[in-house]
Design a protein around this ligand. Structure first.
Ligand SMILES: *Cc1c(COP(=O)(O)O)cnc(C)c1O
Length: 360
C-alpha cells in the first residue's frame, strides 16, 4: 500500500529519552519544560522572534482571528483546507471569497481590492502547498485599506521567501504540526507574530485568559499542547533538513518521470526556497483525474484531492463566483510524497498515470 503521506517517525530511542524525562518530572502539560524547549528551538531554527506552540493549526487560526479582534467580512481564498474558512465562520465573521491565480493557486492579489467593502476587517490567505502568496502586494493593499493580514501557513514549515521564513509575514501567521504535515508533533500548531503586544494577548488566549491562578486578563480558550507532543517535535526537528532534502529529490524524480504527462503544476517563484510539502498535479480535466485516481487505487496507491471541493460551496457560506478555484479544485491531485517513498514506487505511479492518459 502506498498512502498519500506517511508521518516521519524518529528513532524510538530519541523519543524515549524525552519520555523518560517526563516520567522523572511528572509534568505532563501546561507550559512544561519540553514545550518551552520546542518553542525556543523552533524560533532558533526558523529565525523568528516570537512563536507560541499550540494544540493544533485550527485553534491557531481561531486565536489569530480573536487576537486581532476581527469583525464583519474577512477576504479569503476558496482554495485551501476547510479549516481556513470554518475558523472565520466559527469566530463570527463572514468569509468573502476572492478567486485564485491560476499559476500559483494562491489568492489573486489583483482581485482583492474589488472585494473590499466598509465591513472588511482582514485578509486571511493560505500559502497553498507551501508556495508563498504575493506577500508584498497583499501588504500594500492591506495598509491602503487598513486591513489586518493573517496567513494560514500550515504547509510552510521551512519555506523561505526572499531568504527569510515565510512565517514572518502578516500581522500573524499560523501553522499546523499535524501528523500529515512536513514537520509534525502528532497534533500541534503555532502562531507567529512580530508584535510583542499581540504575542502577549495570544499567550493569554491560549491559556483560558489566565493571568496567574486567580485572575483573568482576557477571554481565552484551551490552546495548550502537552509535553508528549513537544517531545515528538523535539525528536523530529533534528531530522527536518534531511526530510526536506529527501522530498526535494523525490519531487525532482517525479518531475523527470512525469515529463511526458499532460499536466500542470503550480509555479514556484525563483525567490522562493520551497519545502516540497506536497506533490500536486493539475489534470486537463476532472474526468482524467478521476480515472487516474481510480486506476492508482487498483494498485493500492492513494492520492488525495487537495483541495476539493472549493470552499465557496460549503453549506454554511454565501456562494461566490470564483471560477478558477472551482475549476482547479476539480482537477488538482496530490500524489504520494513522504520520507521513505522509494524511486521504484514513483516509477510505478508514473507508469500508471502515463498509461491512463495514453488510453484516454
Ligand atoms: C492542516 C491544515 C489546517 C489545520 O491544521 P490542524 O492542525 O489539522 O488543525 C489549516 N489550514 C490548512 C491549509 C491546513 O492544511
Amino acid at each position: 500500500m502506498i498512502p498519500v503521506t506517511k508521518p516521519f517517525l524518529p528513532p524510538k530511542e530519541v523519543f524515549e529519552n524525552y519520555i523518560n524525562g517526563i516520567w522523572k518530572r511528572n509534568w505532563l502539560t501546561n507550559h512544561g519544560p519540553l514545550v518551552n524547549e520546542l518553542e525556543l528551538k523552533l524560533k532558533d531554527y526558523l529565525e523568528l522572534d516570537h512563536l507560541l506552540y499550540l494544540n493544533n493549526g485550527t485553534i491557531a487560526l481561531q486565536i489569530a482571528i480573536k487576537a486581532l479582534n476581527l469583525k464583519g467580512e474577512v477576504i479569503t481564498t476558496p482554495f485551501s483546507y476547510v479549516a481556513t474558512t470554518s475558523s472565520i465562520v466559527w469566530e463570527g465573521c463572514v468569509p468573502v471569497f476572492v478567486d485564485i491565480d491560476s499559476k500559483t493557486l494562491n489568492i489573486d492579489p489583483e482581485k482583492i481590492e474589488a472585494a473590499v467593502t466598509e465591513n472588511t476587517s482582514a485578509i486571511l490567505a493560505t500559502h497553498v502547498y507551501g508556495n508563498p502568496c504575493d506577500v508584498e502586494k497583499i501588504e500594500k493593499i492591506a495598509s491602503k485599506h487598513n486591513l489586518k493580514v493573517i496567513y494560514d501557513a500550515a504547509h510552510c514549515f521551512g519555506t523561505q521567501y526572499k531568504g527569510e521564513s515565510v512565517f514572518g509575514f502578516g500581522d500573524i501567521s499560523t501553522t499546523s504540526f499535524h501528523a500529515t504535515k512536513l514537520f509534525h508533533t502528532i497534533e500541534g500548531g503555532a502562531v507567529i507574530t512580530k508584535d510583542p503586544g499581540l504575542l502577549k494577548k495570544m499567550s493569554y488566549l491560549r491559556n483560558f485568559g489566565h493571568e496567574g491562578t486567580e485572575s483573568f486578563a482576557d477571554l481565552g480558550i484551551n490552546g495548550k499542547n502537552s509535553e508528549f507532543h513537544a517531545a515528538m517535535g523535539l525528536s523530529n526537528l533534528p531530522f527536518i533538513k534531511n526530510i526536506i532534502q529527501k522530498r526535494e529529490e523525490l519531487s525532482n524524480y517525479y518531475h523527470l518521470k512525469l515529463e511526458k504527462l499532460n499536466i500542470e503544476r503550480p509555479i514556484i517563484q525563483s525567490y522562493t526556497q520551497y519545502n516540497y510539502a506536497y506533490y500536486p498535479i493539475i489534470f486537463p480535466s476532472e474526468e482524467q483525474l478521476l480515472k487516474s485516481k481510480a486506476e492508482l487505487e487498483k494498485y493500492q496507491i492513494f492520492s488525495r484531492r487537495y483541495f476539493y471541493p472549493s470552499l465557496e460551496t460549503l453549506p454554511y457560506v454565501k456562494e461566490y463566483d470564483v471560477p478558477i478555484a472551482g475549476a482547479v479544485s476539480k482537477r488538482a491531485l496530490c500524489l504520494p510524497l513522504y520520507y521513505d517513498l522509494s524511486y521504484e514506487e514513483i516509477d510505478m505511479i508514473a507508469r500508471i498515470l502515463l498509461r491512463v492518459q495514453k488510453y484516454q
